[in-house]
Each structure stands twice: as C-alpha cells, then as structure tokens.
Design a binder for this molecule. Structure first.
Ligand code: NAD
Ligand code: USQ
Length: 402
C-alpha cells in the first residue's frame, strides 16, 4: 500500500514508518520536526541519542534497499499538506503529527492554545485534504484512551448502547478527558466522526494507551535507527520515567496514591496495530474506534514491577509518593474493552517480558546521559501559569552574570 506517516520523525511514527517499509509498503514521512524543537524549548533531551531524520532515512535505504520519502512541513499549513496528499495519492494516512504531552498542554495559556490549534487544525486540514484529493484514502488517526477519562462503568470501544426513557440508541461513548491535550483528541474525534458521516470518508480512530519500549525488529537493525526514550517530567511517560529513575537510584515518583489505572502497550504492538488497521480499512462513511492497548495496570503496580525487575539487576529501588501535580482520580474503577484489534490478529507482547530488555536495560545502557534535574514534576494542573525549567535556568544564569 502507499502509506503516508504524518509525524514519522516522532516516537510512534518512526517505529511505524520503519515497520511498514520493512513489510513491503511504500512509505512517506511528513513531519516539521516540532518535537525536536520542544526539547530545545524545555531544555530536555531523549535518553537515547536519536539521529537527524535525513541520516536515519539515508542509512535505512543503505541497509534495506527501501526508500522512505520525506515531506518536511507543518500539517497546520493546508497548502503544504494538500500538495503532499495530492502528490502521494496515499491509500492510507497514519496521523501521529500532534503535540502529545498532557503536562505540556497544561503549562499555561499559550501552551494550551498551541496544543489545541496544532492538533485540531492539523486534523481538520487533513480531513479537508483527503476529501479533496484522496477521498477513498483510509485515515488511521491516533487518539488516546485518555479521551474516556475514568468513568465508574466499563469503557467500550468508541460507542455505547444506552436506554433512555424507554428508547435505546448507540451513541459515542461519553468523554471526560483530563488535560487540554486529551481534550484536543476529543475534538479531533468529533471532527472525524462528522466528516465520515457527511462526506463519506473512511476512518479508524485508535484510542491508544501509554506506549513503552524502544525496541522493534527494525529499530535494532542499526544504531542510527534508535528511537526516542523520553523521561523528563513533560514528555516522559510513566514507565520510561520509573526505569530511568531506577537506573540512577532516584526514588520512583508515584503521583498521589498511585491507584490511577491506565492501559499500556509495547511499541512493537503499536506498529503491528497500525499495520492491521491499514490492511483492514474502514468502509466508506464508517468511523471505527479501536481501543489500542494490551494490559492495564495501576501506577503503583507499575512502580512495584520496576522495583522487582530492578532488584534482579542488583538495583535498590525505592518508591516515593509525591503530591499529585495533576487533577485526576488517584483510585477508581477501570475496565476498558480492547478486543477489536485482537480479533483482527494482534498477538500482544506483555510488560512482564519486556520490562528488563526493552526498558531497564536501555535505561542502564544510556545511564550516563540521564539528567536527574528533569525528573521532578513542575507543571501543576491547578496553576494557570507554570514556569519552564529552561526559563528558570536562564534566569539563574543571568543572575550569575549580573
Ligand atoms: P512524538 O511527539 O514523539 O511524535 C509526534 C511527531 O509529530 C513529531 O515528530 C513532531 O515533530 C510531529 N508533529 C507534531 N506537530 C506537527 C505538525 N503540526 N506538523 C508536522 N509534524 C508535526 O509523539 P508520539 O509519542 O510518537 O505520539 C504520536 C501520536 O500518538 C500522538 O498523536 C499521540 O497523541 C498519540 N499517542 C501517543 C502515546 C504514547 O504513549 N507515546 C499514547 C497514546 C497516543
Ligand atoms: N504519573 C506518575 N508519576 C510520574 C509520571 C506520571 O504517577 O512520574 C502518573 C500520572 O499522574 C498519570 C499516569 O501516571 O496518572 C500516566 O501519566 P503519563 O505521563 O505516563 O501519561 P499521560 O499523561 O496519560 O500521556 C501519555 C502520552 C499521551 C497519551 C497517553 C495515553 O504522553 O500522548 O495520549 O499517555 S492515555 O494515558 O491512555 O491517555
């Protein structure tokens, strides 16, 4: 298939582009390198030394003989995106190109506005570009399990049948997201659902859980392909953060009681889920929703697993409970369905098998690159203006110079 991967320089996008290229698809990446810029803004860096995209692609071609095309530009720029879609005539577009950090979206007004404009306008542009230049193309859009929040009932895959005053209907599952970022995904979902209905587009909205690991068959072919591994308080996700903390002897930063329960999946399953979605397209006019995760754990369970795995490697790991900087339920009911991708053939990897190889050993391998000042959470949901670490540092330096 001809597949465009929007956001293909990022964590999920890079692994996916390589996997789709390796499995024989014709792949093009669209990216504006915003993610690398946000690292500069935050004074943070991925644990793993990622290479420039041009170099990654050159070496990919040398190693495999496969060419991945590149379109550098911003998906919020309609003319750029439309020309890319027109030229590529993709059969599927996989859309990862969004600002994906909840804490980033909660820094202050500017970051909230940026996140929603970047994400909602990018997706709207894509819907218009597909409608105009590739109306049969299947949109595979990355949503998030966080769109649902943590309701006190089972979470269905996208839709729920309800009875009301003696009548029944199947309606979109109620959304109760927990950050301006998660809200941007809800807005996207509504726009996608609407355009499937009115224009007959075909879409699969993948409500993905928290992805972990950097190891995929393709990313390990050469050091140049190493993927991102974020552990800072803004872009680092919880498992990565705990593994890095364990590697440097920092107590694990469990926010609040740690009873927050989330869905998780291995990056190897992310790439496979995307492939499965592309190979089994939605019908014209259909907006499918799949919950894309393989296991669910509470944050405290994750901390305990990291502690146990650390012990096997001779690390002494302490668990700390910090006041929760977010506004979220620290203990709650959670039972989310996730059978649709399994029905289509997903064979999951499990965290108990990947924790050492895919995570803790990577954290130990790159231990010298860990900046412990990136660990402590600073962005607090209750404040409307949070100061960035890089801004504080800049002030410190100017004070020293004065
Ligand atoms: P990432 O930040 O590593 O990658 C996103 C990529 O998109 C980056 O390369 C960035 O430069 C690019 N991008 C962002 N805005 C753009 C724009 N306006 N124009 C062009 N390119 C742009 O993020 P990720 O972790 O790979 O996540 C990818 C997608 O998957 C996101 O939509 C995210 O919400 C979703 N998701 C991620 C996770 C996770 O655990 N990482 C979990 C659930 C859902
Ligand atoms: N948490 C801690 N300690 C930490 C970091 C996080 O206890 O040091 C807790 C948080 O309070 C939260 C949970 O761990 O309850 C998950 O936080 P996270 O930062 O790992 O994940 P989240 O903010 O939910 O966002 C990540 C990705 C996002 C994706 C989402 C999937 O950054 O792109 O959409 O996971 S989901 O969680 O299913 O919504």
């Amino acid at each position: 298939m001809r597949i465009a991967v929007l956001g293909g320089d990022g964590y999920c996008g890079w692994a996916t582009a390589l996997h789709l290229s390796a499995t024989g698809h014709s792949v093009a990446i669209v990216d504006n390198f915003a993610r690398r810029q946000w690292d500069h803004e935050l004074g943070a860096e991925t644990l793993t030394p990622i290479r420039p995209l041009a170099e990654r692609l050159r070496v990919w071609r040398a190693v495999t003989g496969n060419t991945i095309e590149l379109f550098v530009g911003d998906v919020t720029d309609f003319d750029f995106l439309a020309s890319a879609i027109r030229e590529l005539e993709p059969e599927a577009v996989v859309h990862f190109a969004e600002q994906r950090s909840a804490p980033y979206s909660m820094i202050d007004r500017n970051h909230a506005v940026f996140t929603q404009v970047n994400n909602v306008v990018g997706t709207l542009n894509l819907l218009f570009a597909i409608r105009e230049f590739a109306p049969d193309c299947h949109l595979v859009k990355l949503g998030t399990m966080g769109e649902y929040g943590t309701p006190n009932i089972d979470i269905e895959e996208g839709y729920i049948k309800i009875q009301h005053n003696g009548r029944s209907d199947v309606v979109p599952y109620p959304k109760q997201p927990g950050s301006f970022y998660h809200l941007s995904k809800v807005h996207d979902s509504h726009n996608i659902m609407f355009t499937c209905k009115v224009w007959g587009l075909r879409a699969t909205d993948l409500n993905q859980g928290i992805v972990y690991g950097t190891v995929t068959d393709e990313a390990t072919l050469d050091d140049t392909f190493v993927n991102r591994f974020d552990y800072d308080e803004i872009f680092g996700t919880v498992l990565n953060r705990f593994c890095v903390q364990a590697a440097v002897g920092h107590p694990l930063t469990v926010y609040g009681k740690g009873g927050q329960t989330r869905g998780f999946l291995d990056i190897r399953d992310t790439v496979r889920c995307i492939e499965i979605a592309c190979l089994n397209p939605a019908d014209r006019g259909e907006c499918r929703v799949f919950n894309q995760f393989t296991e669910q754990f509470s944050i405290l369970e994750i901390a305990q697993m990291v502690k146990k795995a650390g012990k096997e490697l001779g690390l002494s790991v302490e668990i700390n409970h910090l006041a929760d900087p977010r506004v979220e339920a620290e203990e709650h009911y959670y039972n989310a369905k996730h059978s649709k991708l399994l029905d289509l053939g997903l064979e999951p990897h499990f965290l108990s098998h990947s924790l050492l190889d895919s995570l803790l050993n990577i954290a130990l391998k790159y231990r010298d690159r860990i900046d412990t000042s990136l660990i402590q959470p600073r962005v607090n949901w209750r404040r409307t203006r949070n100061k960035l670490r890089s801004q504080e540092r800049a002030t410190q330096y100017s004070d020293i110079l004065r």
